[in-house]
Ligand binder design. Structure first.
Ligand code: UCC
Ligand code: FAD
Length: 550
């Protein structure tokens, strides 16, 4: 007679140790910096009104939405190009979790809050705080939301110029009703290259008798292809069949993705991209074959017009970086807090701009952070960080795109130079004055050294730019380091300022000190201009092309 433990097919033994599963707590209540930033800046009455919703949402993102976000990864979108009977249908199929994210985004007012303006300029901060909580649990639905926000900003800034857009698209983009809520795309990139949009755009627009245009072209990357509408760039064909090349030939167009009967509006979905990450997101190559669109900028002013959208989507992008850092370990807390405070401050300034009360000094900072934190965070989980079922690898995969889309780091760095040049240096004066003013209020002896370091760094950066003001080559070679130096120094100023306030905790002081121990100005110092000179450029060139004969 066999005893139970001797049955050949039973009681496999796997050991007794089971690693405890990490649990997400309330994402608002577990974020002391977010809470204290809001408490410090938002008027008390507003804070009291919005805090219960943030607490409730903090639970929702950690529970129901976290699960849905994981499902979005598993239920990847796919394209059905032909019906069983051979008709071209280009039907994009998204999963139930992704569609549920659409409904939740509307219900929670993730876009609506900022535009309802119930709390004046603080509406933007409130809305962005929710988007920050939403981001890592959204299954990348944060991407269409970013573009939707950008589109709403464009339409709002058009004001009365286009009442039909206000009535139709804007109402839907900012709706809390899932049945009415629309999302938007942002179709800029074409095959010739996404950075140099001015020279890379081949799409043409042919005017029709009713004032609309038909667009013909090939959009190389379009994320969130399930959007209801989009903004895109094209060149108007004149009556001689000619177009204007370069940036002055580009105009901005509003386009609905579907016709009233539900079929695509002169668009073929050529293929879905097979991507390293962001696989939850349907990113497609699209042929525009007579798509009906409406011009929404002055002719030839497409790039400045779409920059309103870029400003918002780039801000969402930094918020996405900051919020994914929060899902990593506490040892990376200093980086995560630095990123968050910079995003929140940008958001506060945007709220002032939304309400028309931003002054010149307010109009400046939106920049991004590197991927190193996500990489380190993953490593610290050991082998589990490499296992798909844990949900951890997607944090890294998806973060990898943040420094590419919405303008690569190089392009954003050149944008900093553009902003400095266009304002004749006023942007830098505002920066150095703001840092000095914030640091002049710091009386806590633990923070004095950090404050001094931040002030010195801000001055060194400005001196570097002034010294090289007439040497564009040096500035361009230094652009990347310059952008990071500005970002690190300003983040240092914000952290010290916050730590020195009445709400600054011991952890805030520690964070500020740790941050300021960094090299805030990287290579950008006066003594180092030579590093970015012609000699370096040619040495770099020789190094890269060593061994090539042509
Ligand atoms: O990737 C995309 C979407 C992905 C999904 C996003 C989700 C985000 C959140 C996710 C959360 C998880 S959409 C594609 C993004 N593509 C880019 O960002 C393009 C990158 N390239 C650039 O940014 C370039 O610098 C360009 C295209 C803006 C350069 O164009 P131009 O025409 O060569 O530039 P110009 O000639 O310097 O500028 C033309 C005009 C000038 O104004 P005027 O004529 O008045 O002097 C500039 O000052 O445009 C103005 N301008 C700007 N104004 C150019 N850039 C800006 C700006 N950033 N802000 C204000
Ligand atoms: P390129 O412009 O060819 O750049 C290649 C390299 O050259 C980069 O390292 C860049 O920094 C560098 N470089 C280029 N110009 C300069 C310069 N002047 N100085 C210094 N360095 C330079 N686009 C959309 O319009 N809509 C979307 O919805 C969208 N979704 C996307 C989704 C994903 C997942 C990805 C990966 C991309 C998406 N894009 C989208 C495209 C994205 O915006 C572009 O990839 C990005 O702008 C870079 O363009 P590119 O890929 O053509 O690279």
């Amino acid at each position: 007679v066999l005893r139970e433990q001797e049955f050949p097919f039973a009681c496999a033994r796997h050991g007794t140790f089971i690693q405890e599963e990490p649990q997400l707590g309330n994402q608002y209540l577990e974020d002391p910096l977010l809470q204290s930033y809001l408490k410090r800046h938002v008027p008390e009455k507003v804070f009291k009104a919005i805090q219960p919703d943030l607490i409730k949402f903090g639970d929702r993102v950690a529970g129901e939405m976290y699960q849905l976000g994981r499902e979005c990864e598993i239920q990847e979108p796919y394209l059905e190009q032909y019906s069983a009977w051979g008709c071209r249908i280009d039907q994009l199929v998204t999963g139930p979790a992704w569609r549920k994210m659409h409904d939740i985004s509307a219900e929670e007012g993730l876009i609506a809050i900022a535009y309802e303006r119930e709390f004046a300029e603080w509406s933007r901060v409130y809305g962005m705080a929710k988007l920050y909580l939403n981001c890592p649990s959204s299954g990348l639905y944060s991407c269409p939301l970013a573009m939707t926000d950008g589109a709403a900003k464009i339409i709002e800034s058009l004001g009365e110029a286009m009442p039909s857009l206000q009535e139709q698209a804007f109402m839907r983009l900012t709706s809390r009703d899932p049945q009415k809520f629309w999302t938007s795309g942002q179709w800029m990139t074409e095959k010739r290259g996404g950075s140099d949009v001015a020279n890379g755009t081949e799409t043409v627009a042919v005017e029709q008798a009713d004032g609309s245009y038909r667009l013909y072209g090939y959009k190389w990357f379009s994320s969130a292809t399930d959007a209801d509408m989009t903004f895109t760039l094209a060149r108007v064909v004149d009556k001689h069949g000619q177009t204007v090349q370069g940036t002055k030939g580009l105009s901005l167009f509003y386009m609905e993705v579907h016709k009233e009967d539900g079929s695509l509006n002169g668009i073929e979905i050529v293929k879905l991209k097979n991507k390293l990450g962001t696989r939850q997101l349907p990113t497609a190559e699209l042929l525009l074959d007579g798509a009906v669109a409406w011009m929404t900028s002055d002719e030839g002013r497409g790039v400045p017009a779409i920059s309103n959208m870029l400003k918002i989507t780039r801000m969402h992008n930094s918020l996405a970086a900051a919020s994914s850092m929060r899902r990593t370990l506490a040892s990376m807390e200093v980086e995560a807090r630095g990123a968050l405070i910079l995003c929140l401050e940008n958001t506060r300034l945007l709220g002032r701009e939304d309400c028309g009360i931003a002054d010149d000094q307010d109009e400046n900072l939106i920049r991004l952070l590197a991927l190193t934190v996500a990489t380190e965070g993953l490593e610290s989980f050991g082998g589990q960080g490499y296992i798909e079922d844990t949900g951890l690898p997607s944090i890294l995969r998806d973060a990898q795109v943040l420094s590419i889309w919405e303008g690569t780091t190089n392009i954003l760095s050149l944008d900093v130079l553009r902003a400095i040049a266009k304002s004749r240096g006023e942007v830098l004066t505002a920066f150095v004055q703001d840092v000095a003013s914030r640091m002049s209020h710091v009386s806590n002896p633990h923070l004095e050294k950090s404050a001094e370091k931040v002030v010195n760094a801000s001055q060194a950066i400005v001196q570097f730019v002034q010294k090289n003001a007439t040497n564009q080559d040096v500035l361009e070679l230094a652009a990347r380091d310059l952008a990071f130096s500005l970002c690190r120094t300003y983040t240092g100023a914000l952290l010290v300022d916050h730590a020195a306030s009445d709400l600054g905790s011991a952890q805030d002081i520690y964070t500020a000190k740790r941050w300021c121990e960094k090299d805030l100005t990287l290579m950008v110092t006066n003594d180092n201009s030579g590093h970015y000179g012609n000699k370096t450029s040619s040495l770099d060139f020789d190094l890269v092309f060593d061994g090539y004969t042509d």
